[in-house]
Design a protein around this ligand. Structure first.
Ligand code: ZN
Ligand code: ZN
Length: 318
């Protein structure tokens, strides 16, 4: 099959990979559209060691699901953590933190920049009929955006600041806007802020922080300075949710966290069903984030495009 291959921080297209053979409990999925995420770019930069097919955001059609014929020919999206189901962490119900997990296109499991991918059937979610592929392909990052609402209670009227208006910040902001909180998104460049303003979300330049006002600040910048901005924005006994990962370390004075009793919450992958539901309700529309689409044959160029400073979502038709 055709696939994008990452090895030694270099990407190349391969035609010689075999179509994957699903293990017991797994489905074979024909990938339709895949999205390039910052995590993919960080993999290429060597943030994690990974050799194989990258990619974890996708929508596709099940070609084969031994033992689960009801999934055949269904259009699906898929959760990215494949848990062992047996370790103490899994038995405690924290499957996305399984110590022995593989992660689609990130840890020990070939990803979705390929014609085909295999994934456990229990990871699959059917895409509602009529939902466009270019919406469904955003299920994974939107689920990640919704994860913070599983962790932190957001009430109507709460003062919430999202730091960063890029791909992740946009989805976090749209999901938060649906709660009725008093939301403001801070960003550096005008174009992504304009996309949010078009949806009626209040925006400001990054230097426009109102110090110590926010009940909740969400860090989505993808760089180490974001945490300090969030710290300045949040009120005493407020909460900071960290959504973005980045290379390098945040140099930050921790004393204010103690003195102001600030809660720090790390937040990663989230629930798929609420993400599909929020698309179906129309509360989140990710399509304005799509900046370019490339065929799989040009996936190396697609990655170069996605790595341009300020690039929004680049999709690959597989
Ligand atoms: Zn991602
Ligand atoms: Zn496990």
């Amino acid at each position: 099959m055709r696939a994008l291959w990452l090895e030694g921080q270099a990407l190349r297209l391969r035609e010689d990979l075999p179509v994957p053979s699903p293990a017991a409990g797994e489905a074979l999925v024909r990938v339709r559209v895949a999205g390039i995420c910052n995590t993919d770019l960080e993999l290429v930069r060597g943030y994690y060691p990974y050799t194989g097919v990258p990619g974890h955001e996708f929508v596709g059609v099940v070609e084969e699901a031994a033992g689960a014929p009801e999934w055949a020919s269904r259009r699906v999206v898929g959760e990215i953590n494949a848990a062992c189901g047996e370790c103490p962490t899994c038995r405690a119900g924290r499957l996305s933190h399984c110590e022995r997990r593989t992660v689609l296109g990130i840890v020990g499991r070939d990803g979705v920049f390929a014609t085909h991918v295999r994934l456990p059937v229990r990871n699959l979610h059917a895409v509602p009929e009529g939902m466009p592929d270019e919406v469904a392909v955003f299920t994974e990052p939107t689920a990640a955006a919704l994860e913070l609402q599983e962790q932190v209670r957001v009430e109507p009227g709460d003062r919430v600041v999202v730091i960063g208006a890029g791909k992740l910040g946009n989805l976090v902001a749209q999901t938060l806007a649906a709660t009725g909180c008093r939301l403001r998104v801070l960003g550096r460049s005008p174009r992504p802020l304009a996309l949010l303003a078009e949806r009626g979300i209040a925006t400001a330049a990054a230097f426009g922080i109102e110090p110590r006002q926010a009940d909740l600040a969400v860090e989505c910048t993808g760089n180490p300075e974001g945490l300090e901005l969030a710290r300045r924005a949040v009120r005493p006994r407020g909460t900071i949710v960290l959504k973005s990962t980045y290379r390098g370390k945040a140099a930050i004075d921790m004393a204010p966290f103690v003195v102001d009793e600030i809660t720090l919450v790390g937040s990663r992958c989230g629930p798929f069903a609420p993400a599909l539901a929020i698309f179906a309700r129309g509360d989140v529309d990710p399509r304005p984030l799509v900046e370019a689409r490339y065929p799989l044959a040009d996936a190396v160029a697609a990655f170069a495009h996605a790595a341009r400073p300020g690039a929004l979502k680049v999709l690959v038709d597989c």
